[in-house]
Design a protein around this ligand. Structure first.
Ligand code: GLV
Ligand code: GLV
Length: 309
């Protein structure tokens, strides 16, 4: 722990001075008496942490748009405010989603391996063939800010139909000619299925055996939201048996995914280490927003991005 000088004259801060997650015991010790906590999505802020902090705690600021790592019921009960970082990471995350979708559908990691390791013997008509976006139907589960930004980027590839589902239809869907359809329709008709919903009790384990069994055998599944929306055993079976064509995952359970995990044995599964928002500029802007949320919360002022509890 490093004690830093006062931030903008508002507070004294101590910071975990490493890219590795702060050990739980250290977190529990250091939050004692804190008025604010700036955390990452890998820090679980639950009743134990809130109790350790004590009654001084006024604000939690997370360096993420997702907030499933925060025990919101407990936080609300204690009258603590929450800041997060929506909007500023929408473009970077949508971009990464498109990159992952194309990499998975066109089998880029396999191609790179083959080129490097001598598998490239000659040009072969059906070798490393995949699936293209042109003329396709794309289904987006969760057409929020990020889902919409993904749709905007996919349409210019010649996507024919854009389907979406979620809790409710979205007026902004007209920007991308999005058709609000029941989940079963989306699953049956989409060539690409992109998961862009938040992790909630309703979406936990949403993508299970029944879900994958309703998809086309030629469909590609992409998840850049949260790993726990997917039942990974069922996904593994669906990929292994050819029930679905391929999957691209930027998020898994757990994170990191152990290197001996069965998903890593499948050529039709592309796993990234949760890098959706990882551009230099986006992470810089997220950091400054998280700091401003924290300071505003400490001062009882309006936060630039407060999560409504
Ligand atoms: C990334 O997953 C985030 O929630 O910001
Ligand atoms: C929420 O995850 C969003 O779409 O910004």
């Amino acid at each position: 722990m490093q004690i830093l000088t006062s931030a903008a004259g508002v507070c004294e801060t101590s910071a975990w001075d490493s890219d590795e997650p702060v050990p739980r015991t250290e977190l529990l010790r250091q939050v004692q008496g804190a008025a604010g906590i700036l955390c990452l999505l890998s820090d679980k802020i639950d009743a134990e942490v809130l109790d350790a902090a004590g009654p001084n705690l006024k604000v939690i600021s997370t360096l993420s748009v997702g907030f499933d790592h925060l025990a919101l019921d407990e936080i609300k009960k204690r009258g603590i405010r929450v800041g997060y970082t929506p909007d500023v990471l929408t473009d970077a995350t949508a971009e990464l989603t498109v990159a992952l979708l194309l990499a998975t559908a066109r089998r880029l990691p396999e191609g790179v391996e083959e080129a490097k390791n001598g598998g490239w013997s000659t040009w072969k008509p059906l070798w490393l063939c995949g699936y293209g976006l042109s003329g396709s139907t794309v289904g987006i589960i969760g057409l929020g800010r990020i889902g919409l930004a993904i749709a905007h980027r996919l349409m210019p590839f010649g996507v024919k139909r854009l389907l979406y589902t979620g809790r409710s239809s979205k007026p902004h869907a007209t920007e991308v000619n999005g058709e609000y359809v029941p989940m079963d329709t989306l699953l049956a008709e989409s060539d690409f299925i992109v998961l862009s919903c938040s992790l909630t009790p309703e979406t936990q384990g949403l993508c299970d055996k029944a879900f994958f069994s309703k998809m086309k055998n030629t469909a590609v599944f992409v998840n850049t939201s949260r790993g726990a929306v997917v039942n990974q055993e069922d996904l593994y079976e669906a990929l292994k048996s050819g029930q679905i064509a391929a999957a691209g995952l930027d998020v898994t359970t757990p994170e990191p995914l152990p290197t001996n995990h069965p998903l890593f044995t499948l050529k039709n599964c592309v796993v990234l280490p949760h890098i959706g928002s990882a551009t230099y500029s986006t992470r810089g802007i997220m950091s400054s927003l998280a700091a401003r949320n924290l300071l505003a919360g400490l001062q009882g002022a309006d936060m630039p991005s407060e999560l409504k509890l």
